[in-house]
Design a protein around this ligand. Structure first.
Ligand SMILES: CC1CCN(C(=N)N)CC1
Ligand SMILES: CC1CCN(C(=N)N)CC1
Length: 331
């Protein structure tokens, strides 16, 4: 089996997150979900939510699906890095992404979501594509869509072709040679933390020398920005006129008309370059002439994150073999 589905920016001006249409149940209910390689719960806004917590999202109504079955006495509860959270009960149902169907996929139905999810009217839930060890369902943890689909896939892979301010693609079960240039460089993945954790070989700022240094981090489609060690941030933003680390805005900001260098990171001998346009991320508030950087410090996170700002500069292969690996190519 294979599948292919769109990755659509939730906001036309800034790549805050991407959503992908999925079909759940019989007859199919279409929701737009945030595919997140940094977590492993598949959860949706549902008919179990109080109306006060829904603001435009599409809800999944298990009662309207002839193939939905309650997973009795199972619950889940999750909190994300940004403090957002959700919790609820669990059904299994048919789940289809871009033509690839998994029967009896655990679909976690929200009974409660935090205000940041309520405010995000274009996100109807998440599809966790991290390792199933992170799944929060109790008493029996559930498998991700990828783990359920893998045995039926032509190849045990999914790929991310995210794009700057435009629609990209998630492919499942195959590698589309048309989506990248040159070769794919694969590096090992440490599955123990439950994320797609790999080691980058170093970085360069603009046209400067490449600094060979191991950077352990995660490839995370569910995080907007790139979070790296403070020393790298200092090296980058020293090249940006008027850049400063702002306590007010919680990170590096600079005048929106400042000239920004690109940022290159190493994958083995290969190099991926993030164009400067991706790093001038967004005005700190609507209409401001102060912009928030797409590269920020990981010092408060305890983990380095290659989020969408980095991923959209590449074609990325999440290879679920034994052992899993991650591949990066230019495009
Ligand atoms: C390590 C953190 C990265 C951001 N998160 C995520 N994409 N779900 C939460 C975990
Ligand atoms: C990784 C997740 C962090 C929380 N999210 C959010 N507030 N929209 C969704 C993605």
């Amino acid at each position: 089996d294979t599948g292919s589905a769109a990755a659509i920016p939730v906001n036309p001006n800034y790549d805050i997150a991407y959503v992908t249409p999925v079909s759940i149940g019989t007859p199919p209910q279409t929701l737009h979900l945030d595919f997140d390689t940094g977590s492993s719960d598949l959860w949706v806004f549902s008919s179990h939510l109080p109306a006060s917590q829904i603001r435009g999202q599409t809800i999944y109504v298990p009662a309207n699906s002839s193939t939905a079955k309650l997973l009795a006495d199972h619950t889940w509860s999750i909190t994300y890095g940004d403090g957002s959270a959700s919790r609820g009960n669990v059904y299994v149902d048919n789940f289809t992404v871009g033509g690839l169907t998994v029967e009896n996929q655990a679909v976690q139905c929200a009974l409660q979501v935090s205000t940041s999810f309520t405010r995000e009217s274009n996100i109807d839930g998440l599809v966790g594509l991290g390792f199933s060890t992170l799944n929060t369902v109790v008493p029996k943890s559930q498998l991700t869509f990828f783990d359920n689909a893998k045995p039926h896939m032509d190849e045990p892979v999914f790929t991310a072709d995210l794009k700057w301010k435009s629609e990209g693609t998630y492919d499942f079960g195959f590698i589309d040679e048309k989506k990248y240039t040159g070769k794919i460089t694969y590096v090992p993945v440490n599955t123990s933390p439950g994320y797609w954790t790999f080691t980058s070989s170093g970085y360069a700022v603009g046209s400067g020398n490449f600094s060979a240094t191991s950077i352990v981090g995660i490839a995370d489609t569910g995080t907007s920005l790139v979070y790296l060690p403070p020393s790298i941030l200092t090296a980058y933003y020293r090249q940006v006129e008027g850049a400063t680390s702002s306590r007010t805005y919680g990170g590096y900001v600079f005048p929106c008309n400042s000239k920004l260098p690109s940022f290159t990171f190493g994958i083995g001998e290969a190099r991926i370059t993030i164009p400067s346009s991706y790093i001038s991320y967004a005005p700190v508030t609507a209409g401001s002439s102060t912009c928030f950087g797409g590269l920020q410090s990981s010092s408060s996170l305890g983990i380095n994150i290659w989020g969408d700002v980095a991923l959209k500069a590449a074609f990325v292969v999440f290879h679920g073999g034994n052992p899993p690996t991650i591949g990066w190519a230019k495009k």
